[in-house]
Design a binder for this molecule. Structure first.
Ligand code: GTP
Ligand code: MG
Length: 177
C-alpha cells in the first residue's frame, strides 16, 4: 500500500506568478516561464516532508477545478499579483467562484500576494479587504507576501504551506509579511 504525499493546489489569475513561485519552491531560483496551458506538478520537500504541488494554469475553466483539480487537495494556495490594482476584483470573483462548492472549514487557504518587488503594490490589509476575506469566517485563511522574481518571502510561504499540511496550523488571519 502506498501513501501519497499531501497535495497543494496553486491557482489564481493569469500572470500572477504561480509557475515562477513553483520553481522558486522547487529549485530556489528564478526560472522564466511561459503561460501554463494545463497544469504543472512537482514534488517539493520541506524539512524532509514531501508535498505535491499542482500549479493550475489560469486558462482552466472553473468547472474543471471541481472535476479535475480539487480532488484530494489538502491546502489551497491562491496566488495574485499584488501590483495589479485593476484586476483585484476579477481575482476576488475567481477565488469565491472556485471555493463556492467546497467545504472550506477543513481546507486551509493561503493567499499569496506576489510581485511585492513592484513599485506600487497593495498592502496585506488592502488585499484582505478587496478579496472580502473578513466576510469569510468559514474560511481558514492566511496571507503571505512574496516576490518570486527577487526570491523574497519564498521560504515563509513554503513554511506556511508546510505548517498547514503537517501541523494543522489553520489560524485565521495569521499573516507573514
Ligand atoms: N516583477 C515580478 N514579476 C514576476 C514575479 N513573479 C513572476 N513574475 C513574472 O510574471 C510573469 C508571469 O509569471 P508566471 O509564473 O508565468 O505566471 P502564472 O501565474 O503561472 O501565469 P499562467 O500560467 O498564465 O496562469 C512572468 O513574466 C514572470 O517572470 C514577481 O515576483 N515580480
Ligand atoms: Mg503558469
Amino acid at each position: 500500500m502506498s501513501i501519497n504525499p499531501p497535495k497543494v493546489l496553486l491557482f489564481g489569475p493569469e500572470n500572477a506568478g504561480k509557475t515562477t513561485l513553483l520553481y522558486q519552491f522547487k529549485y530556489s531560483e528564478f526560472i522564466s516561464t511561459i503561460p501554463t496551458f494545463s497544469c504543472n506538478c512537482e514534488t517539493i520537500f520541506f524539512n524532509d516532508h514531501p508535498m505535491i504541488f499542482w500549479d493550475v494554469g489560469s486558462l482552466a475553466p472553473i468547472h474543471q477545478f471541481h472535476q479535475k483539480y480539487l480532488k484530494d487537495t489538502s491546502v489551497l494556495v491562491f496566488v495574485l499579483d499584488a501590483s495589479d490594482f485593476e484586476r483585484i476584483g476579477n481575482a476576488r470573483q475567481m477565488l469565491w467562484k472556485v471555493t463556492e462548492e467546497i467545504e472550506m472549514e477543513d481546507l486551509p487557504l493561503i493567499i499569496i500576494g506576489n510581485k511585492s518587488d513592484e513599485a506600487n503594490v497593495m498592502e496585506t490589509e488592502e488585499i484582505i479587504e478587496k478579496l472580502g476575506l473578513n466576510y469569510r469566517t468559514d474560511w481558514k485563511w492566511q496571507i503571505v507576501m512574496t516576490s518570486a522574481a527577487k526570491r523574497e518571502g519564498i521560504d515563509e510561504a513554503l513554511k506556511c504551506i508546510h505548517m498547514c499540511l503537517y501541523f494543522q496550523n489553520t489560524n485565521n488571519t495569521l499573516s507573514y509579511q
